[in-house]
Design a protein around this ligand. Sequence first.
Ligand code: HEC
Length: 227
Amino acid sequence: MRNNIQILGSLMLVVILASCQNKDYRNYQYMPNMYQEVSYEAYGNYEVFPNGMEAMIPAEGSVSRGWMPYEYENSTEGYEAAKGTLANPVPYTEDNLNEGKELYTIYCAICHGDKGDGQGTLAKREKILGIPAYNDQGRAITEGSIYHVTYYGINTMGSYASQTTERELWLINHYVIDLKYELDGKPKRAFDSDASVDDEAVLTEEEATDDGNVMTTTPSEEAQIEE
Ligand code: HEC
């Protein structure tokens, strides 16, 4: 019985409210939030959300999984800095070298040639000009400079950062240095022995996820793990 009265009451209210409508005027909006919803900015600060924010901005210094920031900027200074200081963190082993060779054949040989002498198919067909040999005196490439140009690209050579993982770029890097040694007529480098491999500093296979990306944790995740 009480329910019926309530329903009747609300019906009457609706009728009264509806009858106030006048098509010639701009009418009142009852409960305007139903028509004009409040739009929140994803990263805005609002009291209604428990932590003050709808979406959380990642903690400062966070690094997304499978992606490591590359600290050298895409400039002449960045190139010189990488050339002078950046070294290959992946151990130079026979397996790694063979992997590097495969990747080199896929990505680089078409221009740089199987021997790294700048005589790849595209060079011979004059599709791409100015491809240097890896032992070009004027360039005097290093592990760091190779990484830098494969990461950012250089003039007509594109960047490989989106097609390869960090580790893959370093594997290719080993092979490029090998080719340079060969072109220079230098003896092959000795492989790293297991003992000399510093596991901490190295992008090991174990760390790599299924898609070949390197797993990293953010400082806050590390703090959580330690707790
Ligand atoms: C489309 C052709 C092409 C492909 C593919 C290519 N390169 Fe290059 N590369 C070039 C050209 C052209 C230059 C010269 C760029 C310049 O200095 O103007 C160059 C320059 C270089 C240099 C010397 C850069 C310097 O420091 O002066 C290195 C090292 C190098 N490439 C490595 C690679 C590696 C490793 C790959 C594969 C991941 C690769 N390139 C794929 C065309 C290519």
